[in-house]
Design a protein around this ligand. Structure first.
Ligand code: IFM
Length: 776
């Protein structure tokens, strides 16, 4: 389906047979829209993410290779730490019979570029006529290994069709790459080993991380491997070799493999550059690497998450696309790292982690791969010292988590200045790092959600209780007394178009929830594990805090539904001006409103950027009646621009809950096209991690109807009209359930040795160990 303003630049139906709904194809080379494909087709394994910039270079490309957790801060007060763009190892500049291979020159007779999600491999096939009229076929493939996290493998096969070919290849490692102009690396050693392996060492300027990059090439002509004439050259931060094979006969195919590796001193098994080199030296050729990589994807990903949608091919592709990127963006190998709002697919948001992780992405892992969810929560636990510092800097107590996070110790890393203000001509101040505070409760919420789904007592004892208590200590210190009640003034809620508001409903309710949970677990530990409570008490002064939690939580102002059942988003929202948002809602460009108004003006209008009250109704769903949910949907949705990619998924899930299948599906259609759709300008700085997590949530929590309420599992599917079947796995307290929903049956297979209790469409049932339950 094409949405308004779409042109069909991507195709989704090229895969047939085994590859049905596994391929995304760009069918027309467009040098103006390189960024979209670089991000959406990016390759990654959680250790690194590689933008899919082409082997040959173009003026509007943005090459990018990001290694998780290697943050560096450039000099100067205006800079914040960011994920540096590592040296580029993918460039391969080809000269064919004296002409530079460039798709902007000559003529493209045939072209497609395809991301195969199943094998996580990118391919590009081209039939090119050079400016002088010679024709060539070129076939490029590449992948970032899931089996060996350091490795990028590339291959190109070139066949001259018009006459014999004299080929020149310029290829190596280019450390002149920057983050939009900022050079994060000090020059290191360059070296060619045994006429074969090129090395470029680099060191981040401030965080002192060592990077070792290696690359090597292999040439094959009609099955025979050979070493062509080659000349090495070095430049600042650059090592390249010019290869000049003997003439290749017309219609013969020369294949060139380029295998590259990146290792850093952040690796847990890092010893030094020499051991990294020794490890790289044992890496096999493309095909052998590919077999292992493919097996890893099949076994660890697609067999682990067998999510199937029948009825709409695009939707099946979209959920696979989501799982593909959720895998590539997540540093599952290291609990000192988290997920960037753009994953590892671009410079956007500087690689920083936001509430996007806990509220939008984490539910996928909590439900489908609890081990990874635990590691992501451990990252927050390990970053408590930075959160305590942030609290202290703001005269609060406890752990006040940063709005944007990078290094564990950093605390707040949100930049202070952002986009241009069209009225004042100055940069707009970004207030989120100062006053978008709900993230502290969001993290506590994710801890609790993880605990309820998994029953992981070990995590709670080591990390979870402390996270719940430390966050509650912050909230009690944050609340402001106002005659007979407490309130929270001067914040930004999820709706970032409203700054310095008082009593943002989402923030207040979540803070209250956080305090109540802390009280509950304090009481519980007092009974069940007084020794642990004692240890935590002495660290966080819990006895005093407990009294304050009780006193303040019960008096915290929670905005109540008004006579129309609408919950005020904040103290003044409902009294602000209402304008006609139709032109902005219909605009293809996000933020179109700001071409006409500045943020101060928008602050004075009833315009909401993204789900705000709506996400409250989703997260704390059993605190609100269906009537309240409906009234708030009807009030806020027309005023919501969905200018954040986080918005539509939440709306879709709520629409499912409200029984409006059509609306839920149309919201899902839009959410699932944020990156994957035909808007070729949607994703240049990187894919939208939260929106991708949101796609999974819509499928499993929305249409699949999976919920955890008060620690119990509920299932109430609402299959969209167009779907005939939906299958997905979930873990509940360590037991794996495979849920299969069709128009008239629900089948639940319990593959564990424990019985599982759940409420299915309102009826409590027990799925016995190792059995399948069918409801029809
Ligand atoms: O965390 C979000 C926020 O809610 C809206 N602006 C973008 C951020 C990063 O995705």
């Amino acid at each position: 389906m094409l949405l308004k303003n779409d042109i069909q630049a991507l195709k989704y139906d090229k895969g047939t047979g085994e590859l049905n709904n596994w391929l995304i194809t760009e069918t027309r080379f467009n040098p103006e829209t390189l960024g979209k494909v670089e991000a959406v087709f990016s390759l990654g394994n959680g250790y690194m993410g590689l933008r899919s910039a082409t082997e040959e270079r173009y003026s509007k490309e943005v090459r990018g290779n990001f290694v998780a957790g290697t943050f560096n801060k450039f000099l100067g007060d205006k800079e914040v730490t960011e994920l540096p763009n590592a040296a580029d190892m993918t460039e391969m500049a080809l000269t064919l019979n004296g002409e530079t291979f460039q798709l902007t020159d000559g003529e493209i007779l045939d072209f497609d570029r395809t991301l195969n999600l199943k094998d996580a491999e990118l391919s590009r096939q081209i039939h090119w006529r050079s400016p002088s009229g010679d024709e060539y076929k070129l076939f490029f493939t590449r992948f970032v290994s899931l089996d060996n996290k350091h490795i990028i493998a590339q291959k190109v096969a070139i066949t001259p069709l018009s006459r014999d070919l004299t080929l020149k290849l310029n290829s190596g490692i280019n450390g002149q790459i920057t983050n939009t102009g900022t050079q994060h690396f000090k020059e290191g050693v360059l070296r060619l080993y045994d006429q074969k392996i090129m090395k470029l060492e680099a060191h981040t300027t401030e965080s002192n991380i060592d990077f070792a990059h290696f690359t090597r090439h292999e040439f094959t002509l009609e099955n025979d491997t050979f070493t062509p004439k080659n000349t090495i050259f070095m430049d600042r931060r650059k090592i390249f070799t010019t290869f000049e094979p003997e003439t290749i006969k017309k219609n013969e195919t020369i294949t060139i493999e380029k295998i590259s590796g990146v290792y850093t001193s952040r690796d847990r098994d890092w010893e030094n550059v020499d051991t990294a080199l020794a490890s790289f030296a044992t890496v096999p050729n493309y095909d052998t690497l590919f077999q292992a990589h493919r097996k890893a994807w099949r076994t660890n990903i697609w067999e682990q998450y067998p999510i199937q949608i029948e009825g709409v091919d695009f939707d099946q592709l979209a959920i696979r696309f989501a799982v593909y990127h959720l895998t590539g963006m997540t540093p599952a190998h290291d609990n000192r790292m988290n997920i960037g709002a753009k994953g590892l697919s671009g410079e956007g948001y500087k690689g920083h982690a936001f509430w996007d992780t806990e509220i939008f992405v984490l539910p996928f892992f909590t439900t489908s791969n609890p081990k990874i969810a635990r590691q992501l929560l451990e990252y927050r636990f390990l970053s408590i010292p930075g959160a305590v510092r942030k609290a202290a800097e703001n005269n609060y107590e406890g752990a006040m988590f940063p709005w944007e996070s990078a290094w564990l110790e950093d605390g707040e890393v949100t930049p202070v200045w952002g986009a241009a203000d069209i009225i004042t001509g100055e940069p707009t101040k970004i207030w989120s790092g100062f006053i978008e505070q709900h993230i502290t409760a969001d993290i506590a919420f994710a801890v609790w959600q993880y605990y309820q789904f998994t029953g992981d007592q070990d995590f709670m004892e080591k990390h979870g209780y402390e996270l719940l208590f430390a966050t509650a200590v912050f909230w009690q210190s944050r609340l402001e007394e106002n005659s007979d009640h407490y309130e929270i003034t001067g914040v930004v809620g999820p709706d970032e178009y409203k700054e310095h508001v008082d009593n943002n409903a989402f923030t207040n309710y979540m803070a209250h929830w956080n305090l109540e949970k802390a009280i509950h677990y304090y009481d519980l530990l007092l009974q069940e594990n007084p020794a642990l409570l004692e240890a935590l008490s002495s660290k966080w002064d819990l006895r005093t805090n407990y009294r304050k939690w009780q006193e303040k939580s019960s008096k915290l102002y929670l905005p109540q539904p008004n006579s129309e059942l609408v919950i005020p988003q904040d103290d003044t929202y409902l009294s602000k001006k209402i304008i006609d948002l139709t032109p902005y809602k219909e605009a293809s460009q996000v933020g179109a409103l700001f071409l006409e108004y500045n943020l101060d003006q928008v602050n004075d209008m009833q315009i909401t950027k993204q789900a705000d009250v709506m996400i409250l109704l989703y997260l704390l769903e059993n605190e609100f009646s269906p009537e309240v949910k409906q009234a708030n949907w009807d009030y806020y949705e027309p005023k919501t621009l969905h200018d954040s990619s986080l918005s539509r998924a939440t709306h879709s899930i709520l629409a499912s809950d409200l029984g409006d299948k059509e609306l839920a599906y149309s919201m899902f259609e839009k959410a699932s096209r944020i990156d994957l759709g035909q808007n070729m300008k949607s994703s240049d700085p990187g894919i939208h991690s939260a929106s991708i997590g949101g796609i999974w949530q819509v499928v499993v929590n929305g249409f699949g109807g999976v919920r955890m309420l008060d620690g119990k599992l509920y299932l109430h599917p609402h299959l969209p009209e167009k779907w005939t079947a939906l299958q997905f796995p979930i873990y509940w307290k360590g037991s794996r359930l495979l849920i299969n929903v069709t128009k008239d049956t629900i089948k639940i297979t319990n593959t564990s040795n424990n019985d599982v209790q759940l409420t299915l469409n309102g009826t409590e049932i027990s799925i016995l160990a190792n059995t399948t339950f069918t409801n029809n």
